[in-house]
Design a binder for this molecule. Structure first.
Ligand code: NAD
Length: 505
């Protein structure tokens, strides 16, 4: 494919030996009782990156028992003591950035520079959660009458199962785990079977930071049986999950059996509406970033744009020209902006969406095919812009999870809002206009957990994040992210003997 910006293999030396992540249960690193392991090959380089212990029900049961045993002690620590540990973890994550970023890059196929940014962003999440650990408080009711006082306490929910996906392993774990710990919960963590390494590395850092044994336990393995047992186990009080809507639904159904609290961060089919009065240069750059970041394997991927018909042709031409300048290639090269697709099966799925859209009458304005990167065996997909998409096509409604942009057009604000809401997801959306009324109306009427206005995918630990509709339940990060892990209890107290007895006489 010509005209694209491709970066060939760097020839960098890859690790000779795979990393060997194991389970962390009650402060001890261990293999599975049956010795089972699973291998992860680098999607870009085709080398063995990690050989991880592959757990089962026995490991989950032991991990839940360890978390339950640790809970009274950890729940009783002060916010100050919890914060001290979280701050040490943040420092240790930063000190281990290179080691963690390399494994994250090799297991996911994402660029090394991006992986470094995510590791240091993760450290910042631990620091923010440390601040929240000290700032927690409930409410008091001092206007119930002179003889009454009530206080609303916030208590740790208990033992939490934390289940994460492969696309942002350390980042997503850090949106959950430090908040759960700040709240005083104990955890059993399962990373994706495809990306176990940085979660295990984090386990080492937790021990170095002085976190007591059993407060965080890690069980490696697949959704079945490990994830499933982490949901159904009667000793677990809450499940926090990030992943696909399909698995999220199965988890909610399984958790219903024991009425556990469930927090779900699921998929998205996020629309950005571009109005003719927008700063179109900034909008085009943000659209390109929004679709190619992490090769589109991102819940927040800006995979649908809605462009006003008056500017659609010129805007799409600008997006196509910019797309061709984005550097796709060896994730280990410092200039690479987009790396490999996570598995060959996923590559085929992405291509299937593009082919189906073409068959339904859409046009491919750029890309639309797998990409060969010189010197690398892995799967890459070309930057792809599909125009003439209509709202009924699968490519406009479902998560493609690849570097594939769908372009739809509109004529009125009402139509843009209708298109943005046309679908089952509600994770994020964006609006580009210099008119504050347009932006506010779009922001208020579109059903999504985050609405970006004249920007895309800016995130901050302070600003809560989560999905509406099929994109999830509950919120992460920010104050709301801590509250998810807290149970509320009302203490209602009579402070004087002023009430007449209920029983007369
Ligand atoms: P996935 O749902 O296949 O797997 C996620 C995790 O769940 C993995 O650890 C997996 O082993 C585990 N799992 C699988 N079946 C299970 C079961 N029955 N019970 C318990 N656990 C089970 O998702 P994925 O392919 O790893 O990640 C991609 C998906 O994640 C996309 O849909 C993406 O949109 C979503 N995602 C959402 C957010 C968000 O914040 N909303 C962020 C990142 C990714």
């Amino acid at each position: 494919m010509t005209g694209l910006t491709l970066i060939a293999a760097t020839g960098a030396t890859l690790p000779d030996e795979p990393f060997r992540p194991r389970h962390l249960i009650a402060g001890q690193w261990c293999d599975s009782t049956d010795g089972a392991t699973s291998d992860r090959m680098s999607p870009a380089h085709g080398v063995l990156v990690s050989r991880a212990a592959r757990g089962g029900v026995a490991e989950v049961d032991a991990a839940v028992a360890a978390a339950r045993a640790a809970l009274p002690g950890w729940a009783a620590t002060s916010g100050k003591a919890r914060a001290a540990v979280l701050l040490k973890v943040a420092d240790l994550i930063e000190a281990n950035t290179e080691r963690m970023a390399l494994l994250e890059c090799l297991e996911t196929g994402k660029p090394i520079t991006q992986a470094r940014g995510e590791v240091s962003g993760a450290a910042d999440l631990w620091r923010y959660a440390a601040a929240l650990a000290r700032a927690q408080h409930g409410d008091s009711h001092n206007a119930l009458g002179p003889d009454m006082l009530a206080v609303v306490l916030k208590e740790p929910r208990g033992v939490v199962s934390v289940i994460t996906p492969w696309n942002f392993p350390i980042w997503i774990l850090s949106q959950k785990l430090p908040f759960a710990l700040a709240a005083g919960c104990c955890c059993v963590v399962k990373p994706s079977e495809m990306t176990p390494s940085t979660t295990a590395m984090l386990g080492e850092l937790l021990s170095q930071a002085g976190l007591p044994a059993g407060v965080v336990n890690i069980v490696l393995g697949f959704g079945q049986p490990v994830g499933s047992r982490m949901v159904s186990h009667p000793g677990v009080d809450m499940v926090t999950f990030t992943g696909s809507t399909k698995v999220g639904r199965a988890i909610a159904a399984e958790a219903a059996g024991s009425l556990k609290k469930v927090a779900l961060e699921l998929g998205g089919k996020n629309a950005q509406a571009i109005f003719p009065d927008a700063d179109l240069d900034s909008a085009a750059d943000a659209v390109v970033f929004g679709i190619y970041f992490n090769a589109g394997e991102c819940c927040n991927s800006g995979s649908r744009i809605l462009v006003h018909a008056d500017v659609a042709e010129a805007f799409v031409a600008r997006v196509v020209a910019l797309s061709a300048r984005v550097a796709f290639g060896d994730p280990l090269h410092p200039d690479t902006q987009v790396g490999a697709i996570v598995t060959p099966q996923h590559q085929a799925r992405i291509h299937g969406y593009v082919q189906a859209a073409q068959a339904a009458g859409a046009r491919v304005a750029l890309g639309g095919a797998p990409l060969r990167i010189e010197g690398l065996a892995g799967d890459f997909y070309a930057p792809t812009v599909v125009t003439g998409v209509t709202a009924d096509m699968a490519i406009a409604r479902e998560e493609v999870f690849g570097p594939v942009l769908s372009v739809l057009t509109f004529r009125t604000l009402d139509e843009a809002i209708r298109l943005a809401n046309d679908g089952s997801y509600g994770l994020s959306a964006g609006v580009w206009s210099e008119n504050v009324h347009t932006c506010l109306e779009f922001g208020r009427r579109v059903q999504a957990g985050t609405i970006w206005t004249n920007t895309w995918m800016d995130g901050f630990p302070e600003v809560t994040f989560g999905g509406m509709r099929q994109s999830g339940l509950g919120r992460e990060i920010g104050q709301y992210g801590l509250d998810e892990f807290l149970e509320v209890k009302s203490l209602v107290m009579r402070v004087g003997r002023t009430r007449a007895n209920w029983v007369r006489g």
